[in-house]
Ligand binder design. Structure first.
Ligand code: GTP
Ligand code: MG
Length: 315
């Protein structure tokens, strides 16, 4: 990606004044501009929509966002890397671990292990490549106030890592509502570049959207916002060759989706945007079962694991 050499000041249409303004609102990276919409940028930077559209187009052109030839995709695919979970069953289910340039979703009932997998990969990604990691750091967006540094410490100790250092490599932001959650992702490019981020975790992706858009009348609006949010995540995954791990609840009652009480929320938008979908459930004797229900190139299968003090392990 040629993003490093380009700054917002290089974009046609960005003069000194707008350049200042963009930096003020945290849009220091052309990627942040490229992934925003004209109305949004216009409102944030206090400029006209036409001008905003021009700047966005310029950013997209500079970053070569749009169509590309298949050989380029292949070239990009060769840089796809995996974060091993440290649990052999789970890794083989996922074809080696959490993939970069992809969104991996885990959905399931409370206590099924969604957040625990997050803790585990947030530590493992920090390991060197030969140990299954990417030697990178983590952005963790916590929407339910369930991030527990104590668990990170336990898992780090289990891997003989320095707990203090491990904690320092995880940047946590509490998202207070869906707008805030989206903003945290919009502002991520700068953080990603400055902090060698190789994994973004959103725990959970849907809870705020579910709470902020209530009722049928709000459904279309909610799905549109969620779609945009997921698109932005995917673009970050591609642009920075990083992995995205998101969690999601299952619906307790069949409101807008029908039937199956184990359906994930988020409807078609999420079903479509998540590259890998994993359904987690409690298994026998306190184990957990992870079922890969959707993936672009792996068979549907199941893996059993358990949650221990030092993280997720094979049974
Ligand atoms: P919600 O966020 O409520 O939807 O659930 P979740 O799927 O994120 O649940 P989570 O991943 O947090 O799993 C919680 C479960 O992990 C608990 O019910 C425990 O069974 C298990 N767990 C958490 N911490 C420990 C620990 O230190 N030791 C052991 N053995 N198990 C733990
Ligand atoms: Mg959780």
């Amino acid at each position: 990606m040629p993003k490093k050499e380009i700054t917002v000041d290089d974009l046609p249409g960005v003069g000194e004044k707008i350049g200042e303004k963009l930096k003020e609102i945290g849009y220091t990276d052309p990627m942040a501009i490229a992934v925003s919409s004209p109305s949004e940028l216009a409102a944030l930077a206090d400029i006209g929509e036409g001008q905003a559209a021009k700047i966005i187009n310029a950013a997209r052109q500079k970053l070569e966002i749009g169509y590309e030839t298949a050989d380029k995709i292949l070239e990009r695919r060769t840089s796809v890397a995996k974060i091993a979970t440290g649990c052999k069953n789970l890794d083989s289910l996922l074809g080696g671990g959490l993939e970069t340039q992809a969104i991996t979703e885990a959905y399931g009932q409370f206590g099924s292990g969604k957040t625990q997998i997050g803790f585990q990969v947030a530590v493992n990604v920090q390991l060197p490549k030969d140990a299954g990691g990417l030697g990178g750091n983590v952005l963790w967006v916590d929407t339910e106030n369930t991030f527990r540094p104590e668990r990170i410490v336990q898992i780090a100790k289990g891997l003989k890592l320095d707990p203090e250092k491990t904690l320092k490599n995880i940047l946590v932001a509490r998202a207070f509502n869906s707008e805030h959650q989206m903003l945290l992702v919009e502002k991520a490019p700068e953080m990603i570049e400055q902090n060698k981020i190789k994994l973004i975790i959103i725990d959970s992706i849907t809870s705020h959207f579910r709470a902020d858009f209530i009722g049928r009348g709000e459904l279309a609006n909610r799905q549109q916002k969620l779609n945009k949010h997921l698109h932005q995540l995917q673009r970050l995954a591609d642009a920075y060759n990083l992995a995205i791990y998101i969690t999601n609840q299952v619906m307790a009652r069949p409101d807008m989706l029908f039937g199956d009480p184990t359906s994930p929320i988020g409807g078609h938008v999420l079903a479509h945007q998540a590259t890998y979908r994993c359904y987690l459930r409690r298994g026998r004797e306190n184990t957990r079962v992870c079922k890969l229900v959707d993936s672009p190139g792996l068979p549907e299968n199941e893996a059993v694991f358990k949650i221990t003090e030092t993280g997720i392990k094979d049974v």
